[in-house]
Design a protein around this ligand. Sequence first.
Ligand SMILES: Cc1cc2nc3c(=O)[nH]c(=O)nc-3n(C[C@H](O)[C@H](O)[C@H](O)COP(=O)(O)OP(=O)(O)OC[C@H]3O[C@@H](n4cnc5c(N)ncnc54)[C@H](O)[C@@H]3O)c2cc1C
Length: 266
Amino acid sequence: MLNIVVCVKAVPDPKEACNIKIDPDTKTLLRCDVPLVLNPLDKHAMEAALQLKAQFEARISVLSMGPPEAGNIVKECLALGADQGYLLSDPAFGGADAYATAFTLAKGIRKIGSFDVIFCGMASSDGSTEWVGPEIATFLGLPVVTLVKKIVECKGASWIVKASVENGYRLAQVKLPAVFTVTRELNTPRTLSFSGIIKARKKDIDHWSLDELGVSSESVGLKGSPTIVSELNAQEENKRQVEILTGTREEKTDMLVQKLVEAGVI
Ligand SMILES: Cc1cc2nc3c(=O)[nH]c(=O)nc-3n(C[C@H](O)[C@H](O)[C@H](O)COP(=O)(O)OP(=O)(O)OC[C@H]3O[C@@H](n4cnc5c(N)ncnc54)[C@H](O)[C@@H]3O)c2cc1C
């Protein structure tokens, strides 16, 4: 049996980006004011797990850390075909940076018990640090391959994967258990089916709080975060003026040169 854990993050719905608010004190995103959706790259991580389950005898556990509303994205993954859902939710987990997030998720994975493959998306659509996957591997003492774009060979506990690097790719041979962060190129995620939604109704989500995880509040959330966001500003409206030059090519070129001279650029 191949035990697969997929880490999925609830992110603010990009369609509602304009309503995202920042907590003035902690400088972290207020996630409760905006509908949360499944992080786009985590759909590819889920699809990778489902395709493996179609090939091998496998069990898929889905794990998320977030506010109670994040339970909906775990439910969505159960409807896609995952077997068991876990939600790490406690006010103490709030405001976590990537380090504290990875620490908490690693504790959750240990509590789930057996794991051979841990899939994460390459990045989230909000924080996008790309650190959580590798940090989970560090906390669990496991090998990690980031930016996986193809699973080339699965021979028992020995896998070969193709991963993106700048201007090319690398082939990595890795011994399970291991962590893999995935890219969009890996697959095309399936969409929810009505039968899947019905089946998911019978599947459980285990909700684990700080106490159930058995960790101190000092090691998670804002308290457990070595990085403090000191300032977070919304991007200002683009104030650049645009002037469309008209005329023949020669006329436009002359006007442009003139303007660059006037602006002291040339
Ligand atoms: C604008 C902004 C800037 C930030 N800058 C920093 C920074 O510089 N340093 C820092 O430490 N933190 C930073 N953070 C906080 C960081 O984003 C959060 O800690 C976040 O929960 C984890 O990091 P990430 O989203 O960047 O994860 P990434 O590493 O980008 O996520 C990769 C994958 O990890 C898994 N994952 C991530 N979070 C969860 C979760 N909660 N539950 C389940 N799986 C998860 C998913 O599979 C996801 O696809 C920033 C946040 C914001 C919004």
